[in-house]
Ligand binder design. Structure first.
Ligand code: PEP
Length: 246
C-alpha cells in the first residue's frame, strides 16, 4: 500500500500568497495538506493531486444554518469546502490549549459521522516517557478517543498518528526502531479494541521532526503507513525532496 504524508502547516504561513506557493509545491498524490482554516478555500482551488485536510474540527455539527459556537468550525462546514481529512487531538491542542481525551473523542465522532477521514494524534510527553508510562498513555488516549465511535458505520479508513510530544518541532525525532515498536503496539491495541468489526481499517503514521533526511528510515517499514510532517512541510526545498520519497 502506498504511504500517506500529512503536511500540517499549523498557524503558518502568514500570507495567502505563501500558502498558494506551498500548496503548489506540495501537490502530489498521497499527500494531505492541512492549511489553517483561513486558507482552505483558496488552497482547494490549486490542488489537482494532493488531498485537502483541516487541522481541527468542532464537535457539534449543527444542522444547516449553523450554531452558536463563536470561533468554531463544524465538520459539515469543512466538508462543504471539499475537505476530506481532519487532524484531531494534535498534541499542541491537548497540551497548549487544554483539549482532553473526552473532547478529542467528541471531535473524532463528529468527523466520522460527517464522512471526514480522521487523523487521530496520540503521543506521550517526555515526562510520561521517562516515567515508563508511554504504553499506558497511548492506550488511554486511544481507548477514550474511540469510545464513541462504535455506533458509526461510515466505511472510513481512519488514521492514527503516533506523535511523541517531545519529538514534535524539536529536531529530536524518535528513533525509527522505537517508532516502529510503538506503532506495532498501537496496531495490537487496535486489534484488541476490535475496531475492524465496525468496518474500519486503521493506518498508523509516525510524526515528530520528520524531514527529507529521515523520512525513509520510518516509511521503509511496512507497519509504518506514512508520516505527519510539520516544520519541513513549510520549506519548499524540503518539500521537493520529500515528495520524491513516496
Ligand atoms: C506536527 O506538526 O505534528 C509535527 C510532527 O511537527 P514537526 O514535523 O515539525 O515535528
Amino acid at each position: 500500500m502506498s504511504k500517506l504524508l500529512v503536511f500540517n502547516w499549523k498557524m503558518n504561513p502568514a500570507t495567502l500568497e505563501e500558502a498558494i506557493s506551498l500548496a503548489k509545491a506540495s501537490d502530489q498524490e498521497n499527500i494531505v495538506i492541512a492549511p489553517p482554516f483561513v486558507f482552505i478555500e483558496e488552497v482547494a482551488k490549486v490542488l489537482k493531486k494532493a488531498r485537502l485536510g483541516a487541522q481541527d474540527v468542532f464537535w457539534e455539527n449543527p444542522p444547516a444554518g449553523g450554531g452558536a459556537f463563536t470561533g468554531e468550525v463544524s465538520a459539515q462546514e469543512l466538508k462543504n469546502l471539499c475537505v476530506e481529512y481532519v487532524i484531531v487531538g494534535h498534541s499542541e491542542r491537548r497540551h497548549k490549549l487544554g483539549e482532553t481525551d473526552e473532547i478529542v473523542a467528541k471531535k473524532l465522532k463528529a468527523a466520522t459521522d460527517t464522512g471526514l477521514v480522521p487523523i487521530l494524534c496520540i503521543g506521550e510527553t517526555e515526562e510520561e516517557k521517562n516515567a515508563g508510562k508511554r504504553e499506558a498513555v497511548l492506550e488511554r488516549q486511544l481507548k477514550t478517543a474511540l469510545s464513541d465511535l462504535q455506533l458509526t458505520t461510515n466505511n472510513l479508513q481512519p488514521f492514527v498518528a503516533y506523535e511523541p510530544v517531545w519529538a514534535i518541532g524539536t529536531g529530536n525525532p524518535e528513533t525509527p526502531e522505537s517508532a516502529l515498536a510503538t506503532i506495532k503496539f498501537i496496531k495490537e491495541l487496535l486489534k484488541n479494541f476490535r475496531i475492524s468489526d465496525f468496518g474500519f481499517r486503521v493506518s498508523v503514521l509516525y510524526g515528530g521532526s520528520v524531514n527529507s533526511q529521515n523520512l525513509q528510515d520510518y516509511i521503509k517499514y511496512k507497519e509504518v503507513d506514512g508520516a505527519l510532517v510539520g516544520g519541513a512541510s513549510l520549506q519548499e526545498e524540503e518539500i521537493k525532496k520529500i515528495i520524491k520519497l513516496i
